[in-house]
Design a protein around this ligand. Structure first.
Ligand SMILES: Cc1cc2nc3c(=O)[nH]c(=O)nc-3n(C[C@H](O)[C@H](O)[C@H](O)COP(=O)(O)OP(=O)(O)OC[C@H]3O[C@@H](n4cnc5c(N)ncnc54)[C@H](O)[C@@H]3O)c2cc1C
Length: 425
């Protein structure tokens, strides 16, 4: 007899969503999490009255999996403007979504960042994702660079806006990410207005954990699983420093960096990010937009005055600025604080030398590399009693993590139905 129907290993978005769906279907589920809180890559800490996410995150409420299972209103999302502020050679210009910010249309047109040919090429590139995403996903995929070439998108919109902006979003400056994946992301930027929960990105997994608990899921923190072993038709799970427990089925939702420690899957290639969090008494600009440096003169791929969009991220009268850089796995070309402060000063056109560095987050395993061709779904069941979930099994995003959790739960429930049919006298 097993202790539980299902053990879910990992309390990130994928594990929490999967556990909830299983408990709702009447399964006895326990989640084992190695960390001291739920959330995995999505955690928020309070430091000197500031809210610091672990790395710079953005939450898009248009993700279908967010709309299916998250009480978005309860997160009290504070939104970023849908646009980008660009530090150009001599000027700073802003380009904004024309429908969401109609008052900015003239400024966008005058920015010099989008010419007629670029506008047509952008429409050519994005139309399939906006009009028929399923058809687009079924068509042959290619790298982002090839996708832009094919759409004949060659002007400043590509070189000074899209390329610098997407470098930070994808943690990739090689433009080898799947073109179809990037177009799906851009579709979300067109459909939704991204923001962050008032209490930080960690509020999303915290809400999922509350929902899971209300459905009867037991979430145990500080439980690092070291090994899985077959056990009378189910699986025995060894926990560091604790007693082994068993279940009829196990879901491995440990994240791409740890998955190959537990099951026979190769570790997926990953991309790294580094975020520097600074406190200042005066906001360097009134703009709440995410800023990029089209000149690429330094390690920063994007920066934002967080407190201009989300006042709760800083104590009253103070401001929080984030600066994100790529973090290369080989440790070569790491950003120095001097370089980061210098470039911040240039992007915001003010001195950044006196800003207080609150924290630096180095996240070498931030996002699975999403190479072409896009495979948005992979098998959830990898052995008789073992299932796997996580963004690395779907797409490198919140949407991907949640959707893969849902898919693993569906696969388990379908397997249960098969077994019930087999067991019939
Ligand atoms: C800096 C950063 C910025 C991002 N920005 C965005 C964004 O703007 N938009 C977006 O859509 N996505 C973004 N993402 C991606 C998104 O956060 C992830 O896709 C998602 O959180 C992954 O969830 P997961 O459940 O698949 O994995 P994880 O969050 O990695 O969860 C895995 C869990 O398993 C636990 N675990 C590991 N090993 C064990 C073990 N042996 N035993 C028990 N537990 C274990 C871990 O502690 C962790 O809690 C960002 C990610 C990072 C890091």
């Amino acid at each position: 007899m097993h202790t539980h129907d299902v053990i879910v290993i990992g309390a990130g978005l994928a594990g929490l969503r999967c556990a909830t769906d299983l408990a709702r279907a009447g399964r006895d589920v326990v989640v084992l999490e190695a960390g001291d809180a739920v959330g995995g890559r999505q955690r928020t800490d309070e430091v000197d009255g500031f809210l610091l996410d672990r790395g710079f995150h953005v939450l898009n409420p248009a993700y279908p999996a967010m709309q299916r299972g998250v009480d978005i209103a309860a997160l009290r999302l504070q939104r970023f403007p849908v646009g980008v502020r660009v530090r150009r050679e001599r000027t700073v210009a802003e380009i904004a979504h024309p429908l969401r910010h109609p008052a900015s249309i003239l400024e966008t047109l005058r920015s010099g960042l989008i010419g007629g040919a670029d506008a047509v090429a952008l429409a050519r590139w994005l139309a399939p994702a906006l009009l028929g995403p399923r058809t687009m996903m079924a068509a042959p995929d290619r790298t982002l660079r090839e996708g832009w070439d094919r759409a004949r998108l060659f002007g400043t919109l590509r070189t000074e806006v899209l390329a610098p902006f997407l470098t930070g979003v994808l943690a990739d400056d090689s433009q080898t990410t799947s073109d179809a994946f990037v177009r799906l992301l851009m579709r979300m930027f067109v459909l939704g207005r991204p923001g962050l929960p008032e209490r930080g990105i960690g509020a999303l997994p915290a809400q999922l954990a509350l929902t899971a608990t209300a459905e009867g899921v037991g979430i145990r923190l500080g439980q690092r699983v070291s090994r899985l072993r077959p056990d009378s038709g189910g699986v025995q799970v060894d926990v560091d420093g604790g007693d082994a427990i068993s279940a009829a089925l196990v879901v491995v939702a440990v994240g791409p960096d740890a998955v190959s420690d537990l099951i026979d899957l190769p570790r997926p290639p990953m991309r790294g990010l580094q975020t520097w969090w600074f406190a200042t008494d005066t906001a360097p600009a009134a703009s709440a937009m995410i800023s990029v440096d089209a000149r690429r003169r330094g390690p920063i791929v994007n920066t934002a005055v967080m407190s201009n969009s989300i006042a709760s991220y800083a104590p009253r009268g103070r401001h929080l600025v984030q600066a994100t850089c790529l973090l290369r796995a080989d440790g070569v070309e790491q950003a120095t604080e001097t370089d980061v402060r210098r470039q911040l000063g240039e992007i915001w056109q003010t001195g950044a030398a006196s800003w207080t560095l609150l924290r630096r987050d180095d996240i070498p395993f931030a996002l699975p590399a999403q190479a072409a061709p896009l495979r948005a779904t992979t098998r959830a069941r990898i052995a008789d009693a073992v299932f796997v979930a996580g963004d690395h099994r779907a797409t490198a995003s919140i949407q991907g993590a949640l959707a893969s959790g849902e898919r693993a739960a569906r696969a388990i429930l379908a397997a249960g139905r098969e077994r019930a049919i087999d067991d019939r006298p």
